[in-house]
Design a protein around this ligand. Structure first.
Ligand code: KDG
Ligand code: MG
Length: 401
């Protein structure tokens, strides 16, 4: 089953997406998500200029061999651009294999380990009262787990504050520079979760994203101060380049730690996992080398009692969400899946078999990944350059966004 052609579709139905469509001599095609938020054209170019000429003519059934060929054969290993491009090829090949055998991809990954996948939604507000109301709206819609973010008094841009229930950090045009104060944040956040527990009770799972903004000792303080409110997790408490620094956070708090949405490979997280320094690994299909590589990360995590919590923001396309759901439903050590519903414009371009019900999702029973793209609708939504924001401290020093 030879791969005959590959097409890179760059479109902007509500936000930018890069989608790979691989076609075979049998008339089948598979889709892969190659979206790297704010750097979309770099991946599109890498795919078009370097990867596709290498995969055309290869046997689409040899998924692992093609993965290794693209990874080892590039000589320049890892990095978000390269791994996102490899991920897109890998997803498209799993899609083709599922379609050729007439089964959903999760059946090829060992079958279902659970009936449905627990997901969490995103709630935020300008005040504690608004945030509480937003979390309550999710609970009324059936969500059993909600991420809560709140504006911080005196900080012009706290991370994760949306308009209504929608949150989209990438902005068209050049990157906005935001101002940040860890001191003000640390003093305020415990009151947010105290109010949430007081108003909403003990049963709802509450999550919070620190978005890499604290030092290890600050993160340890935050984790300890949130302990009475028993969070499901504290996400990305500090940048993870220096994996050993998580030991300090771990030694000070029992608040569970989730890390890894920016990771590209098992080499970014094996020390965190083997050292039992985290509870959830957030790597996901699109940015961590596809279904094949994410499964290896999940397998290592399983050995060390770390569970998965795949990144699922709206900058990951419906193709990526579907691929994550196939992995989620199949691996034994699944923890939770992030779910931000895509904009209506996005849903008009991508149709999908996955569904949401009562705080859980299922990838559906369509052969392959169960996602399709309307090429004509995609072409009607041309790419618009957009950047993620950057952050500076109050004195002007560049900080982690
Ligand atoms: O592209 C960056 C976003 O995906 C990221 O800011 C979202 O942190 C995020 C999350 O947890 O969804
Ligand atoms: Mg995050």
């Amino acid at each position: 089953m030879r791969i005959t052609s590959g097409k890179v579709i760059v479109c902007s139905p509500g936000r930018n997406f890069v989608t790979l469509k691989l076609e075979t001599e049998d008339g089948l095609y598979g889709l892969g998500d190659a979206t790297l938020n704010g750097r979309e054209l770099a991946v599109a170019s890498y795919l078009g200029e370097h990867v596709l000429p290498l995969v055309e003519g290869r046997d689409a059934r040899r998924i692992e061999d093609i993965w290794q060929f693209l990874y080892k054969g590039a000589y320049w290993r890892r990095g978000p651009v390269t791994m996102t491009a490899i991920a897109a090829v890998d997803m498209a090949l799993w899609d083709i294999k599922g379609k050729s055998l007439g089964v959903p991809v999760y059946q090829l990954l060992g079958g279902a380990s659970r009936d449905a996948v627990l997901v969490y939604g995103h709630a935020s507000g300008a005040t504690i009262a608004e945030t509480t109301a937003a979390v309550a709206r999710y609970a009324h819609r059936g969500y059993k787990a909600v991420r809560a973010q709140c504006s911080v008094p005196g900080v012009t841009h706290a991370y994760g504050i949306g308009s209504g229930d929608h949150y989209e950090p990438a902005k068209t045009g050049l990157a906005p520079e935001e101002r940040w104060s860890s001191e003000r944040y640390l003093a305020f956040v415990p009151a947010v979760f105290e109010a949430l527990r007081r108003e909403l009770g003990p049963d709802l799972h509450l999550l919070h994203d620190v978005h890499h903004r604290l030092t290890p000792i600050e993160a340890a303080r935050l984790g300890r101060s949130l302990e009475p409110h028993h969070l499901f997790w504290m996400e990305d408490p500090t940048p993870a380049e220096d994996q050993d620094r998580f030991r300090l956070i771990r030694q000070h708090t029992t608040t569970p730690i989730a890390v890894g949405e920016v990771f590209n490979s098992v080499f970014d997280c094996h020390r965190l996992i083997e050292g039992h320094l985290i509870d959830y690994i957030r790597a996901t299909v699109t940015h961590a080398g596809g279904i094949s590589h994410l499964r290896k990360i999940a397998a290592l995590a399983e050995v060390h009692q770390v569970r998965t919590g795949c990144h699922g923001a709206t900058d990951l396309s419906p193709v990526s969400l579907a691929a994550a759901l196939h992995v989620d439903v199949s691996v034994h050590n699944f923890g939770i899946q992030e779910y931000m519903p895509h904009a209506p414009e996005t849903e008009r371009v991508f149709s999908h078999a996955y569904s949401f019900e009562e705080g859980t999702m299922h990838p559906g029973e369509a052969p392959g990944l169960g996602v399709d793209i309307d090429d004509v609708a995609a072409a009607a939504c041309p790419y618009r350059r957009a950047y993620l924001p950057t952050a500076r401290l109050e004195d002007g020093t560049v900080h982690d966004w």
